[in-house]
Design a protein around this ligand. Structure first.
Ligand SMILES: CCCCCCCCCCCCCCCC(=O)SCCNC(=O)CCNC(=O)[C@H](O)C(C)(C)COP(=O)(O)OP(=O)(O)OC[C@H]1O[C@@H](n2cnc3c(N)ncnc32)[C@H](O)[C@@H]1OP(=O)(O)O
Length: 270
């Protein structure tokens, strides 16, 4: 099932009355091990939130806690609460709830653009060559997460998971294999989580790992993205101790403009 169909179903769900609500569920083809792909569940909860916020307010910050696994092919609900709506900023939470348990908790902050005397443009650049095709991983049954059939990854630096690498960073590009109709913030959220945690390449053998928390700060201006666009991604492990890793990534559009900064805390059970 295409991501656009899942986003459309979510938006229909959140705009329906309780009695007429269709059931939401995520097909197996979007699985990531024992759970639905976190980038997708985060994107769907975000999409439901976005439906409740006026369009003059743009997404500034997206915080997501993966509280527990979301089982594929199993109904779940989404609840959205507007916490506060001021003159400039709206703060909203969204939850995915399955079998009575909160599985994904999102808090998003949206803000209107205002005139400001401070104008400091980010100048971080990358030196990666433009990608020509996806080349990350073959579909190895039981090893390659199923959802990766929907996302093209083109790696240009760093290692593959579980290869005993000395490096703890990954450089590369990402895009949707089957482009969406239009590329929205929800699609960006779904793309950004596509890479495996950069720390896992340091392990010699497969071990369970789960992203626990994830924050994306959206950096503007965004000049409009094409549905086929490749986005550049560079992630660095800032620290990995006590079974938890902290990673930080920059995301650029295809023209080299920084559009987002993503941070994750990952629990590694090695
Ligand atoms: C050539 C090379 C080719 C390589 C080929 C590509 C490979 C490519 C690798 C991609 C690797 C993706 C790695 C990111 C995977 C997400 O990011 S998954 C998506 C989003 N995150 C989530 O869904 C996490 C949801 N949250 C949770 O599940 C829980 O809050 C946490 C984070 C696991 C908390 O841990 P906890 O309090 O210890 O939880 P608890 O319920 O007690 O469970 C612990 C058990 O779960 C297990 N566990 C934890 N995570 C997992 C997991 N993902 N799967 C299975 N078991 C798990 C632990 O090992 C532990 O097992 P036991 O010790 O009981 O045997």
């Amino acid at each position: 099932m295409h991501i656009d169909d899942l986003i459309e179903a979510t938006n229909h769900y959140i705009n329906s009355d309780n009695q007429d609500r269709p059931q939401l569920s995520i097909p197996k083809e979007w699985a990531q091990g024992r759970t639905a792909y976190g980038g997708l569940t985060g994107a769907l909860v975000y999409s439901a939130i976005r439906e409740k916020v006026s369009n003059d307010r743009v997404l500034r910050s997206f915080s997501c806690n993966f509280v527990g696994p979301v089982t594929t092919e199993t109904p779940f609900d989404i609840e959205v609460d507007i916490l506060r709506q001021g003159k400039n900023v709206t703060q909203v939470t969204g939850k995915a709830i399955q079998d009575g348990n909160v599985c994904v908790m999102v808090q998003a902050a949206f803000g209107v653009s205002r005139e400001s005397k401070i104008n400091l443009r980010n100048t971080d650049r990358h030196a990666m060559r433009a990608p020509t095709k996806a080349d990350f991983l073959p579909q190895i049954p039981k090893i390659t997460p199923k959802f990766l059939r929907h996302i093209d990854l083109a790696r240009q630096g760093g290692g593959l998971p579980f290869t005993g690498s000395k490096e703890s960073e990954i450089d590369g590009w990402m895009r949707f294999t089957d482009p969406p109709k239009a590329l929205t913030d929800a699609h960006l959220i779904a793309l950004i989580d596509g890479w495996p945690p950069a720390t896992l390449q340091m392990l010699k053998w497969p071990a369970p790992a789960s992203t626990m928390s994830w924050n994306i700060e959206f950096v503007y201006p965004h000049f409009g993205f094409s549905p086929e666009e490749w986005f550049a991604y560079q992630v660095r492990t800032r620290q990995a101790t006590d079974g938890y890793a902290q990673t930080e990534a920059n995301i650029w559009d295809s023209k080299g403009q920084l559009i987002a900064i993503s941070r994750q805390t990952i629990a590694v059970f090695d």
